[in-house]
Design a protein around this ligand. Structure first.
Ligand code: ATP
Ligand code: MG
Length: 471
């Protein structure tokens, strides 16, 4: 699966980091530097004004000596890390706060008008400094006449150092934001991206018809709801598929058994195995089976109306003793061949039960069919009914090969056949008992098996008794 969403997120994250860095390095850097320059210039201008109107004016008025003024300037200059000069109109430096490194007495190209309308400028101050400086000036006015100027210089490198300090703080802030974004990205990956990948994976499986994939997300949000809905959908689809398969398997099985018996009798009639005078009896059996097939087709059509899931029961009261006799009779041909006899031990003349007759016929048919198949020749099968607590217990018992202990639980599974039976019954599909179990279950009744390998098998199921004897 392509991880495009995740790549896009990662790319966005990296682009965010790079753009943040570029913004700080260019735009923010310029803004901060201009701000610092403006702010420093205005502070220095205030300072120069103060000096021009106090110390410098006092010097010109003669109330302060040159040494006193110079020492005051040195103190202020050291404190503020600046250079303070007093310069006359012609460029002669009269006082210098840093006497030892004072420039030569006169600045040749000095021209105060070079400042224009501003009180500050940046540059090398008429070629005086090697390094760029920010310079501000204030005139010293005595008796309304400009006597000289106070000039304050500050190296631009100081301002750049201040700007770099502030930028470092910005870079650190960006790094913290970047880290926070990483945590958010991780959280997003965990809460959104991984669940979406799980859902996509499951959806892909669903499109391939594999509905077993369950999405393991149990959060109480939109993604959680989506996962739960998809899980529900897949379960429904898989049971639908399973039901359909089951339905088709059951139908084919239900059709095969009566057809086999009809075919057997017709062949026997045609090749003369059944003499003419006996044909009536077998034609009746054939009719019985044909009717069963007819009924089966009808109930299937009916079932179709209610969807594959619904099992429609056509409940009525009927005599189970009679049904047993009829079903047993339909096996007469096979029994004769194998020399197997039936022993019917039925309670009373009649025993009315309340169930779906055709389905119970199918149960009896499947159980007797098994009993015959897995019995040895020359043996007998006992079919017995017992009434107890409003129920009738129907038992089909043979003395055949029996079922191995570890297979007992599996015989109800669809398509299961024990190894023992494989050799004996090559045509068996292993569906008979699964159908029996389903039919008894939808009747809300029980079926049990008692079997010992090599001794025999007994199947017992229950049906509800009824007093209603209307057929
Ligand atoms: P089908 O009924 O579809 O023709 P089947 O008879 O093999 O095939 P089931 O009726 O479901 O299938 O029975 C499942 C298996 O249980 C059989 O294959 C057999 O191994 C075992 N079994 C069922 N009844 C008996 C029995 N009376 N004696 C011994 N084994 C039995
Ligand atoms: Mg069977």
């Amino acid at each position: 699966m392509k991880r495009t969403l995740y790549l896009k997120l990662l790319l966005g994250y990296v682009v965010f980091g790079i753009l943040g860095f570029i913004t700080i390095a260019t735009f923010t850097s310029n803004l901060v530097f201009n701000y610092i320059k403006k702010d420093t210039a205005s502070n220095l201008y205030r300072e120069s004004n103060l000096i021009a109107s106090s110390y410098a004016a006092n010097y010109y008025r003669g109330t302060m000596t040159l040494e006193d003024v110079t020492s005051q300037f040195t103190a202020i200059a050291t404190y503020l890390d600046i250079d303070i000069w007093v310069i006359d109109k012609n460029g002669h430096i009269l006082i210098n706060s840093r006497e030892e490194s004072a420039p030569s007495g006169k600045i040749e190209q000095f021209d105060i008008t070079a400042f224009g309308t501003s009180y500050s400028q940046t540059g090398h101050f008429f070629g005086t400094f090697q390094e760029e400086h920010l310079s501000v000036f204030s005139p010293i006015t005595i008796n309304y006449k400009v006597q000289a100027y106070v000039l304050i210089h500050k190296p631009i490198s100081d301002l750049i150092a201040l700007k770099d300090g502030i930028l470092n703080i910005s870079y650190m802030t960006l790094a913290i934001i970047f880290l926070c974004a990483f945590v958010v990205l991780g959280l997003f990956t965990y809460t959104v991206y991984i669940p979406i990948r799980k859902i996509t994976y499951a959806a892909q499986n669903y499109t391939e018809g594999n509905f077993d994939t369950q999405i393991n997300i149990h959060t109480n949000d939109e993604i959680g709801y989506l996962a739960a809905s998809l899980n529900y959908m897949s379960t429904e689809l898989s049971t639908l598929e399973e039901d359909q398969r089951k339905f088709i398997a059951n139908v084919s099985h239900d059709f095969r058994s009566p057809l086999t018996s009809i075919k057997g009798y017709i062949e026997a009639i045609m090749d003369g195995t059944i003499p003419y005078e006996m044909q009536d009896k077998y034609l009746n059996i054939i009719l019985f089976e044909t009717e069963r097939l007819n009924k089966l087709t009808q109930s299937m059509l009916e079932l179709n109306k209610y969807g594959v899931k619904g099992t429609m029961l056509d409940i009525s009261s009927f005599d189970i003793n009679n049904t047993i006799k009829m079903v047993a009779q339909s096996f007469e041909g096979v029994c004769k061949k194998k020399k197997i006899s039936f022993e019917l031990i039925l309670t009373g003349q009649t025993s009315f039960v309340y169930a779906d007759m055709s389905k119970i016929q199918q149960v009896l048919y499947n159980l007797i069919d098994n009993a015959i198949k897995f019995s040895h020749p020359d043996s007998s099968i006992i079919i017995e009914t017992t009434e107890k607590n409003e129920k009738v217990f129907i038992s089909i018992k043979d003395t055949g090969i029996g079922i191995p202990k570890d297979s007992i639980k599996k015989i109800w599974e669809r398509f299961y056949k024990t190894d023992l039976s494989r050799g004996k019954d090559k045509r068996g599909t292993g569906l008979g008992l699964a159908i029996v179990k389903d039919i008894i279950s939808v009747h809300n009744e029980n079926i049990n098996v008692i079997s010992t390998e090599g001794v025999g098998t007994e199947f017992i199921f229950t049906l509800p008794l009824t007093q209603d004897k209307s057929l």
